[in-house]
Design a protein around this ligand. Sequence first.
Ligand code: SF4
Ligand code: SF4
Length: 392
Amino acid sequence: MNIKKLNLKNYKNIFIYGFGLSGKWFADNSDKKIKFFIDTDEKKSGRSHNGIQVLSINEAKKIISKQDLIIVSPVDIQDVEPVLKREFKEINWLALGVFLDGNDTKESKNYSNENLNFIQYSLNALEKCHKAYINKDKLFLRSVDIVISERCSLKCKDCSNLMQYYLRPKNFSYEQIKKEFNQLTENINHIFEVRLIGGEPFMNKEIYEIIDFFLINTKISKIVVYTNGTIPLKDERLKNYNKSKLVFTITDYGNLSKNTDKVYDALINNNVPTRLHPPENWTDSGVIQDFKRTEVEMKELFNICCGKNLLTSMNGKLYRCPFAANAESLKGIPTDEKNSVPINSSPEMIEKYTRDIEFIPACNYCKGRSFDAAEIVPAIQTTKPIDYKKYD
Ligand code: SF4
Ligand code: SF4
């Protein structure tokens, strides 16, 4: 596989930052042997891919030298650069996405078990995001989550999107979604990925019109629909979709859903790229509580939070994460204009909010989503909405 202009000959050892799909793909296809992976998530330390081991930051710092090179593979390069500057001051690094050029994974090696469509999808996102970041394109967003429903067909008591608290959940209308997204993209050049989320997006009867709207929108590259696989899909609508732009991810909740196979088969039979996976990496992050944190503590929590770049559009505002969006919608936290920016904000305001802030007031009420948080048993159901303190 030819990764254009990436010359590794002059470096002694190559390290890949990020033990994800793109990093593994690069390890499989690099002309030069990779020495180690490095990952911020200490739980991954000691794992390996095709004989290449993962080191934690501290382990890597002990052995890396000035003659070595770090290849950055996570899409969220804005979070990686400060770590490199702090922890690997004198080590050269390069952003992998800058060297990609619409790579066709069909010709490449793949020693991970992941579907080639998803590897290609990840590489496309990586290329767009790294190039936009390095070229300082202020008007590019990697992804925006669009909440189209507060309703869910399941009631997971630890839902990180806080569905377990809604007493009277509502759907958002096609007209409202369209109006707000048009307002947002008046000031944005391009969004790589729009993710339709809920609750369960198919609780919203207008979902097919909403998908149609995003499929023909030229300001976005991909639409990802997140579903729990409980609601059968309309085959006649799937047939007509532009498959190069649409992706589904289905969480397989086992006995909680009778329809998972039906939903998966409908998508595969209509050639829609689909990832079916078990509930993954659940942590105790579905809690709303006044933790009485100082500003320094909120900054620390925000810094290690892996949810802080899940930009979320809800109720005419753009938030840093679904927690803040839903907690405000529930009135489970005091309304604070610093939690979000209006959806029709200027490019400068959106840039500042999405790249330059150190925390949001909602972080005081959230347990955070750090990589090293302990995992919990996923998808335990609650029979009725959970009580919480309301701020009016
Ligand atoms: S985690 Fe459970 S309650 Fe939350 S959106 Fe997913 S299926 Fe629904
Ligand atoms: S409120 Fe703060 S800590 Fe919680 S998920 Fe959002 S950014 Fe992370």
